[in-house]
Write a protein of this length. Structure first.
Length: 99
């Protein structure tokens, strides 16, 4: 992509991408966390909408957040997910007991 742009614009995009990948600045760390958190939110949404479990998405991001904001947001989603999973397990047990 940057080669196609060439010149200073291409070089700036390449530099920013490398900064993002390395997590060298506050902004880069924030964006990396945002990227990871979006994956957590998508997985959570799919689990809720499709009534399925996608633990691998949560395992790959566990403990990976660098910023206090996204650590807190991740903890909130995980806590709500845990409650939903416990509720779902209880409902399944009640159905089995009713049979």
């Amino acid at each position: 992509i940057t080669a196609g742009l060439g010149g200073s614009a291409g070089e700036e995009i390449k530099t920013l991408w490398e900064e993002f990948e390395a997590g060298e600045s506050v902004e880069a760390r924030h964006l990396k966390d945002l990227d990871r958190f979006e994956m957590v939110l998508q997985a959570n949404e799919y689990e809720e909408d499709q009534n399925m479990e996608l633990p691998s998405f949560f395992k790959t991001t566990e403990g990976k957040f660098a910023t206090p904001l996204f650590k807190a947001l991740d903890a909130e989603v995980r806590e709500r997910r845990k409650g939903r999973m416990e509720e779902s397990s209880s409902a399944k047990r009640r159905k089995v007991d009713e049979k």
